[in-house]
Design a binder for this molecule. Structure first.
Ligand SMILES: Nc1nc(O)c(N)c(N[C@@H]2O[C@H](COP(=O)(O)O)[C@@H](O)[C@H]2O)n1
Length: 471
């Protein structure tokens, strides 16, 4: 029997492995697995790489072969007990003769859960909850999606040290460095959807596409080391993940009317570097750096019926994030760049708005002077969007924060001062200091001459997040 310290060490490795799936497993979770032989030696390792591909346990068991018999499996998410795109991991573990299974987090997907009970019922020793916090963190997008039925939101902004995102005359290009902007493109590319408000569309006419520059494995490894240094060795933190739409077949990025899917593979906004595996080793979140040689061969075309749609599945080279404009009054110009053919686009408008706009429209109830953003995130989740990257502008970001829907904040701060001009965040429902939205830092990393800060809503004593306190 492993000691708790050994359990923690092997599970930490499994969390590290899970992080390699960031940016490519959506709409499935990121999952890692380590298999020991009966003598406690590592016999196999694996992670889930893309929806429709083998689960982490199956990859690790295949590597371990006969050595798994009488051994122990460490898995970051409860082994599934269902036949979805692939067979049940509980059965694979039983057939391999594993004597003990250590689990970090239970599977909230009712269709897949039950693996722990089945294993116990068949005489396998099961230990649950080991390194649960780290395993939750690495898989936070998917767990948010699976538990709350809405997409997870990362709000990104770039600002001066005094928190301003534009000068008095509205100019904002560029506050942060090319390195910081390239980092943003990596995070965009790892997200299922990029969301902006109509104010940003009218002011900047952005493309909202992910255009990450190719980064070598050495670069990625270097940046991961830098991050580890400033964060004192934390591993498996912020994550980009994915979830199977819980009907087991949900695609994402489909057209709003559900009539078809955008095939972004040939689009100019495609991500050619992914054709041979992502050279940045994954989503661009720190724990992903390190490269994933297993992905180099790509995935079998159309595996398990998963459509090669934009924003859907994790086929290397076949996925572009869905663009979403929050536009209650349907003011998006027909000529806006977000409506070009480089990626699919959804325009979220109020259900009572009268428009002739030729675009995929999502009609939502009004709320709080804008749209009901929780309804938006639920609608996106129903389309298989697990992770949202929220960019611009301050008004929309303020509404997300006010409605308790900013799950993670990524701030790029330049060593510069403006003193006046637009603040990064608009009205966020704070009237007095006691109502401020308290966050905790996950990471602080240098990016070129700038600093990237990653923070999340602080938990209050009751365990709920302070940002969500009013909701
Ligand atoms: N334990 C475990 N390991 C993995 O590697 C996984 N991908 C999952 N996913 C769970 O199963 C559902 C997806 O199943 P299919 O890929 O369609 O077969 C997913 O929703 C999770 O509940 N679990």
């Amino acid at each position: 029997m492993e000691t708790p310290a050994q359990d923690a060490a092997h599970m930490a490795r499994a969390v590290e492995l899970a992080a390699h799936g960031h940016g490519t497993t959506s709409p499935n979770p990121v999952v890692g697995c380590v298999v020991l032989d009966a003598a406690g030696r590592v016999a196999g390792e694996g992670f889930h790489a893309y929806a429709g591909g083998p689960h982490a346990e199956v990859v690790a068991l295949a590597q371990a072969g006969e050595r798994a018999r009488g051994g122990t499996a460490y898995v970051t998410l409860e082994p599934c007990d269902h036949t979805g795109r692939t067979g049940p991991c509980s059965r694979a573990l039983l057939e391999a003769g594993v004597a003990r299974v250590v689990i970090a987090v239970s599977d909230p997907n009712p269709k897949a859960a039950g693996g722990a009970a089945r294993l116990r019922g068949q005489g396998v020793a099961v230990t649950a909850g080991v390194l649960a916090e780290a395993a939750e963190r690495v898989n936070e997008e998917w767990l948010t999606y699976a538990r709350l039925g809405r997409a997870h939101v990362t709000w990104k902004f770039a600002a001066t040290l005094d928190g301003r995102s534009a000068a008095e005359d509205g100019t904002s290009k560029w506050i942060t460095s090319p390195e910081a902007r390239a980092d943003v493109h990596r995070l965009r590319a790892a997200s299922d959807a990029i969301v902006a408000g109509i104010g940003t569309v009218l002011a900047d006419d952005p493309h909202l596409t992910a255009r990450p520059a190719a980064v070598t494995r050495a670069d990625a490894a270097g940046s991961a080391v830098a991050v580890r240094e400033v964060t004192q060795g934390r591993s498996g933190t912020a994550g980009q993940a994915g979830a199977e739409a819980l009907d087991g077949r949900g695609g994402r990025g489909g057209r709003a009317d559900g009539t078809g899917r955008f095939d972004g593979r040939d689009g100019a906004a495609g991500r050619p570097e992914n054709a041979a595996g992502r050279p940045d080793g994954g989503a661009g979140w720190p724990a992903s750096a390190g490269g994933r040689p297993e992905m180099a061969a790509g995935r079998p075309e159309g595996a398990a019926g998963w459509p090669a749609s934009a924003g859907g599945g994790a086929e290397p080279g076949g996925r572009v994030p869905l663009r979403v404009v929050v536009d209650a009054g349907a003011r998006t110009p027909q000529s806006a760049r977000v409506l070009d053919d480089q990626a699919p686009t959804l325009i979220a408008v109020a259900d009572d708005s009268d428009t002739t706009l030729k675009a995929d429209l999502l009609r939502l109830p009004r709320r709080d002077g804008g749209l009901d953003l929780e309804a938006l995130l639920r609608e996106l989740a129903a389309r298989g969007v697990v992770s949202v990257f929220l960019e611009g502008g301050p008004t929309l970001a303020g509404s997300f924060v006010r409605q308790g829907l900013a799950d993670r904040v990524v701030a790029y701060l330049a060593p510069a001062l403006l003193g006046s001009g637009r603040a990064a965040l608009g009205a966020a429902g704070v009237g007095t200091i006691g109502e401020l939205h308290r966050l905790t830092f996950d990471e602080i990393s240098p990016i070129g001459p700038d600093v990237r800060l990653i923070a999340r809503p602080a938990r209050n004593e009751a365990g709920s997040s302070d940002v969500h306190r009013n909701h």
